[in-house]
Write a protein that binds this ligand. Structure first.
Ligand code: ADP
Ligand code: MG
Length: 325
């Protein structure tokens, strides 16, 4: 079967990579290892993985900041490596660092971005006003960017990144370091952008963020995709519908063994700090069963929590380690 690559024939894919690989000079490992990705128009596509997984390097190659060691990358029909200037016109980037221009006011950061992208003065003025309004920054227009809180600065960076109506918006850990309230406010804004049809590639190590915002998710570790799907499908792939965390005195391994033997339909046990985490399929009357089995085995229960599986469980299942630091 002939697959058209690079001529725009693949109707809906807006990002495609083939064997995309990066080895940094002097490094003896692949920061990104043969990545094959396809992002469709209108998707909010997440790259979820721990620090060092290769998320920023992947986005760096797609946004022309990092030169790949091998492989290819396309944004729409544009070969990113061969035509970086063209590719840049099609993308908006919010990087991990604050890249606002400190010499300029809040409004000017938007306005001059428009001018830089070839948008006329009158249009740039209107769009800057409209975006300040949309991102609830209007009253800060004349202020220095130094006056902005972390959350406001991040909103301004998103506003600037979508100013020229990019085909794809790249967001690298957009809520890292924000307080919970600012994080929620930014999630609202990003959710709205996604619902309005903006294609987004979101890099994050926060599973809640990925779960909440993304409709397609690649789980990345050591530069490789370990799993790909909707958040719901990834969680279903665990084969368990309930996670029971049992905190108890005594030896975790022994408790895990007792629960594995005594409780039906346990798909997995994992010793955690001060207890055991149990994955279960079919959770009817799970609490009394767990209590009975643990107590019969001589354990004194301290706490018991029942929850639905999360992307954290998916990551642990795939790698044996936790996503969060
Ligand atoms: N400029 C660089 N030079 C050398 N190594 C780098 C550079 N940037 C990242 N790395 C390494 O590449 C790997 C992937 O990093 P990165 O893409 O930043 O991951 P993530 O964004 O998922 O945290 C890490 O091991 C990191 O230390
Ligand atoms: Mg990163």
């Amino acid at each position: 079967m002939a697959v058209a690559i690079g001529n725009g024939d693949q109707a809906s894919a807006i990002i495609r990579t083939l064997g995309l690989t990066k080895i940094y000079p002097g490094a003896d490992f692949k920061a990104v290892d043969g990545l094959d990705l396809s992002v469709e128009h209108g998707e909010v596509f997440g790259l979820l993985g721990p620090n060092g997984a290769g998320k920023t390097t992947t986005a760096g190659m797609l946004t022309t900041r990092v030169v790949p060691t091998s492989g290819s990358a396309y944004v729409g029909a544009v070969d990113v490596i061969a035509h970086p200037a063209l590719a840049k016109q099609m993308i908006g980037v919010v990087s991990q660092q604050n890249t606002l221009d400190r010499q300029l006011t809040v409004w000017e950061n938007l306005y001059f971005h428009g001018r830089l992208f070839g948008i006329g003065a009158a249009d740039s003025r209107l769009r800057a006003d409209a975006l300040l309004e949309q991102f609830q920054l209007s009253k800060w227009g004349k202020a220095s960017v130094f006056a902005l809180s972390g959350g406001m600065a991040q909103r301004l960076m998103v506003a600037r990144a979508i100013f020229h109506r990019p085909a794809v918006l790249f967001l690298d850990e957009p809520t890292a370091g924000l307080d919970p309230q600012s994080r929620l406010a930014l999630w609202e804004i990003l959710g709205e952008l996604g619902r309005a049809g903006q294609t987004i590639m979101l890099l994050t190590h926060y599973m809640e963020e990925a779960d909440r915002l993304c409709n397609q998710l690649a789980i990345l570790d050591h530069g490789k995709i370990l799993a790909l799907g909707t958040p719901a499908a990834l969680k279903r792939s665990l084969g368990a519908d309930t996670i029971v965390t049992v905190k108890a005195s005594g030896d975790g391994e022994l408790l895990a063994a007792a629960l594995r033997n005594g409780v039906d339909r346990v798909t997995r046990t994992r010793v955690v700090d001060g207890g055991v985490e149990l994955s279960v399929k079919g959770a009817e009357r799970i609490v009394p069963r767990v209590v009975d089995v643990a107590e019969a085995a001589g354990f004194e229960l301290v706490d018991l929590a029942v929850a639905e599986p999360t992307l954290e469980n998916v990551f642990i299942n795939l790698t044996g380690k936790e996503l969060r630091e």
